[in-house]
Design a protein. Structure first.
Length: 435
């Protein structure tokens, strides 16, 4: 039986030639034969697009297939699969993905901001046109966590998913502990190594990147629509070397965790720095590594770990999505039909409970410690441990208090009082303890 050769070729377009898009472009060219062996399909890159055609790039591009306006590609080329690697939550990223899906073109993207904001609408569009919207690379770099949840754990009832979801922040926190260098110094190092954006790494540092990933994980894990509720989100910008050193003395490490779970039938999502024990698994995931842990029935706890930053791991997930499509798998983007995914009430963040690490910089004078503990007691925050370090030369002292569990609203209301206290030199540093 003869095979129709035209049915054996899939045309590909790549939009965005930054670090990830350019690396992917080169990988596709290098691995054409391997892809054909594994899928029985040949790939042909018919269009590429970026802001600047003449920019000097790490890999040479074919300027004959370059489009300044990516929206023109569909009227001039037959495209089967589009990679969107621009990374915006709106703008041209959203326009090109919508246009592709409406034109019955499969879409693959690492764009967590786009999926976290518009994933529900885009998934409906993909289902309506019977094409794939794949976004494995949007969460945890090269770790196949989304496919694991959608397929490997499909019959499990997941109640919690959490982990280290940002390689940039994990590298910074690890390097600060290992080298005793300041946050700013280690950030510069991360930028030189390509782990942090050279221009503006804000979305990594302030927790937004990890939070977008948590929203995607929630929707997949709990078969829900993407939550739009206001949630607790904090980054690592306020973590000082001093906090890391004190944590080390206590047998703890600082990690930026993303956490999502169902509590009393309500959805709780958060991203914030946590103090975790050095004896735990999550406390030993270091460098640019990511780790995602799911808790469910009947499987129990599942752990996936791997590199979460850089074009290599991201391209690995992009190619995984490509091979899935080339093998002819048309799947629901979020594992089940959009019509079956439900909205869920958000858990009240004020009721979130943790033990707390509180660091106070105060004037070294009698009565200050009792003032602090009295204020904590007023807001039902009980003290578990106190470490007091005087600085006689500067007539200051550092007071670190570890508390028993308390609610978020109690902690917030209590600390607000210290803004007006002349004996407290800086607003207290708060880091939550995990478990």
């Amino acid at each position: 039986m003869l095979m129709n050769k035209s049915n054996n070729i899939r045309n590909i377009a790549i939009i965005g030639l930054g670090q990830i898009g350019l690396y992917l472009y080169n990988e596709l060219k290098l691995k054409k034969k391997e892809i054909e062996i594994k899928t029985g399909k040949k790939i042909n890159i018919v269009a590429i697009s970026a802001k600047n055609k003449t920019k000097k790039r790490r890999f040479k591009i074919d300027k004959k297939i370059f489009y300044s306006n990516p929206l023109n590609i569909f009227s001039e080329k037959k495209v089967d699969i589009l990679f969107e690697c621009i990374g915006q939550s709106d703008g041209v990223s959203k326009k090109i993905v919508e246009k592709a899906l409406k034109n019955k073109v499969n879409v693959i993207t690492p764009n967590k901001a786009l999926i976290a904001k518009h994933g529900d609408t885009l998934a409906k569009l993909a289902e309506k046109n019977n094409v794939n919207l794949e976004f494995e690379a949007s969460v945890a770099g090269g770790i196949p966590i989304l496919r694991t949840i959608k397929e490997g754990l499909a019959t499990n009832k997941i109640k919690k998913v959490y982990g280290i979801l940002n390689g940039t922040t994990n590298y910074i926190l690890t390097e600060m502990e290992n080298t005793s260098e300041t946050f700013d110094r280690v950030l510069q190092k991360a930028q030189k190594l390509g782990y942090a954006e050279p221009g503006n790494p804000k979305l990594d540092l302030n927790g937004f990147d990890a939070f977008a990933k948590i929203r995607i994980l929630s929707a997949l894990s709990f078969n829900t629509k993407i939550s739009k509720a206001n949630c607790l989100m904090e980054g690592i910008e306020n973590i000082k070397l001093e906090d890391i050193k004190i944590a080390n003395q206590l047998g703890l490490r600082v990690k930026l965790l993303g956490i999502s779970e169902i509590i009393n039938g309500q959805l709780f999502e958060t991203v914030h720095p946590c103090l975790v024990s050095k004896n735990t698994y999550i406390g030993n995931v270091n460098g640019v590594m990511n780790a995602v842990i799911t808790e469910g029935k009947p499987v129990g706890e599942s752990v996936l770990q791997g590199e979460g930053a850089g074009p290599g791991p991201t391209s690995s997930s992009l190619l995984s999505d490509l091979l899935s499509i080339l093998r002819g798998n048309i799947k629901y983007p979020f594992g089940i039909s959009s019509s079956k995914r439900r909205s869920i009430k958000a858990f009240n963040n004020d009721d979130y409970t943790n033990s707390l690490y509180l660091r106070f910089e105060v004037k070294d004078k009698q009565g200050v410690l009792s003032l602090i503990t009295n204020r904590l007691a007023k807001y039902k925050i009980s003290v578990k441990r106190i470490i007091q370090t005087p600085d006689k030369k500067n007539k200051k002292a550092t007071i670190v208090i570890i508390t028993h569990r308390t609610t978020e609203i109690n902690a917030r209301n209590c600390l607000t009082i210290f803004k007006k206290n002349k004996n407290v030199l800086k607003f207290p540093t708060l880091i939550r303890l995990y478990n």
